[in-house]
Design a protein around this ligand. Structure first.
Ligand code: ADP
Length: 486
């Protein structure tokens, strides 16, 4: 019987250290869930400024790792996070690359040297595994930032017996980010150009794609929901990678992300003014009242529906649909609160709409963990009209908090939200299919109809709050996949 004893995650972000989105939630929570199944898990991360600022207890490991970057050899110091309960975390420190304000750039622009930064990170991570930390049975890489790792294993690291024999799983958290860089920079990767800058390898429309490297050279590929794993094989959702993914279709699996209920449970949530659970929803009203005070929504009645979004303000998230239906929405007696961060192309029009709405649309920009929790607790309806959604975590949080999701039926939203059916009393939310303002508006209006029918609404809330998307289930699926690879 095959046994997995150790797994190493290589990831560019993980909770609680550094986060820009759902990838961090997964890289933080999945190792912890795997640990409960009896395996040792370590995670390798860059030492970003934000990690230093948060003051985690880090211990410097002896020596440095040295790696090539183009014609230079650069080195990194290695730090280990000291903890007794969580998985081991190792940090690669090179100030010139990682001691910056953002993880990948500013809201307007990516850093110009992201290829250098994550090539350096990938090489260093493999050096670390090659003898400096206990050898794993599986490497689990995530998104384009670590897409180079599976290619390096069969390229410059192929003569390292320890590295070349370790199976690699590559997870796509969002196909929208493909790690595309100019061909002229190829020599930085450390891969042999004739072999790896080809259509069968990293070359992608004349450029380099690190995501493509991960997809083609990993032993298996996963993505974060069953529906998304099928969608990405089609031109509509494949973002140009559908042909490449079709080549790996036999090794492509969809495993739904879980929710970290230690963090996201209204019964214990430390950010909420009042905790509550499915048995007693009174605390939710307290949360709503406090939230309305906090954000100074006009016409503060707790009786009126409060709709909300917590989201990266990105083209993916369907903000254009929200703007299209806003006038119609605000004709209803409701308020809308949006917490998000993003570029001025989306924030600008939202700000203008908020100004025009006379306080009925409130926009909070920036990243605010506490407010995200208080919104889950205090809002009635959670909007997620995503153009595409690999998994989506916030709709699962919303369900747990009895905040009923209205979502577009795509990716993980399709897998987790079930349309409410009055006849059977089954369902936990509301869905629409075509990416159209009219369809979205109808779904929102449908939800409002039930909001005004308290006994029906309570039934939907009970259905929502009884859903269980805990990591334990997903971790078991990852374990059986890891086992199939060794
Ligand atoms: P994505 O990974 O596409 O951004 P997910 O729904 O999978 O979307 O995960 C988003 C995560 O980021 C959630 O944990 C959500 O609460 C959090 N989040 C997004 N925007 C903000 C924000 N402005 N402030 C606080 N948390 C946010």
């Amino acid at each position: 019987m095959k046994r997995i004893k150790r797994i190493v995650f290589i990831s560019s972000e993980a909770v609680p250290f550094a986060k820009s989105g759902g990838l961090a939630d997964v890289s933080g929570a999945l190792p912890a869930a795997l640990k409960k199944l009896g395996v040792e898990v370590s995670i390798i991360l860059p030492l970003y400024r934000t990690v230093k600022e948060k003051g985690f207890p880090l211990v410097r490991m002896p020596g440095r790792v040295h790696v090539p970057l183009g014609s230079d050899t650069l080195s990194a110091a290695v730090y280990k996070h000291i903890t007794t309960d969580g998985p081991d975390a190792y940090f690669l420190d090179r100030e010139e690359f990682f001691d910056r304000r953002g993880l990948y750039g500013t809201e307007e622009e990516d850093y110009f040297d992201n290829l250098e930064r994550f090539t350096f990170f990938s090489h260093c991570a493999l050096q670390l595994i090659d003898g400096l930390i206990p050898a794993p049975d599986i490497l689990h890489c995530h998104d384009w930032q670590t897409g180079l790792v599976p290619a390096l294993r069969i390229g410059p690291f192929s003569d390292k017996p320890l590295i070349s024999r370790i199976p690699v799983l590559f997870t796509i958290h969002n196909l929208g980010y493909q790690g595309i860089f100019p061909a002229e920079k190829f020599s930085l990767t450390g891969l042999e150009k004739d072999r790896f800058f080809t259509m069968e390898a990293l070359e992608y429309w004349g450029k380099i794609s690190l995501l493509k490297a991960g997809i083609l050279f990993a032993d298996a590929v996963t993505t974060v929901s069953p529906t998304y794993s099928k969608e990405i094989l089609t031109p509509q959702y494949g973002k140009g990678m559908e042909g490449i993914l079709q080549k790996r279709a036999g090794d492509l699996h969809g495993i739904l992300n879980g929710v970290d209920y230690m963090d996201w449970d209204p019964e214990t949530d430390r950010y909420l003014p009042s905790n509550y659970g499915p048995e007693s929803l009174a605390g939710k009203m307290v949360c709503k009242r406090e939230l309305l005070n906090e954000i100074k929504i006009n016409g503060k009645s707790v009786e009126k529906p409060l709709l909300a979004m917590v989201s990266r303000l990105d083209n993916q998230k369907g903000i254009d649909l929200v703007l299209k239906i806003l006038d119609d929405l605000l004709k209803q007696d409701l308020s809308l609160l949006i917490l998000g961060s993003g570029g001025s192309d989306i924030v600008g029009p939202l700000k203008a709409a908020a100004k025009k709405s006379k306080g009925r649309l409130v926009l909070k920009t920036g990243f605010d963990e506490g407010l995200a929790h208080r919104i889950m607790g205090g809002a009635d309806i959670f909007l997620m009209p995503s153009r595409y959604e690999p998994c989506g975590l916030t709709q699962m949080y919303a369900l747990k908090y009895g905040t009923i999701p209205v979502v577009r039926a795509t990716g993980g939203l399709e897998d987790t939200v079930k349309q409410f059916d009055r006849k059977t009393g089954k369902g936990n939310g509301f869905k629409f299919i075509p990416y159209e303002a009219g369809a979205f508006l109808r779904a929102v209006k449908d939800s409002l109809k039930f909001f005004n029918d308290p006994s029906a609404w309570k039934g939907i809330q009970e259905n929502a709050m009884s859903e269980d998307f805990s990591w334990a289930r997903s971790a078991k699926r990852y374990m059986s996949l890891y086992k199939s690879l060794i």
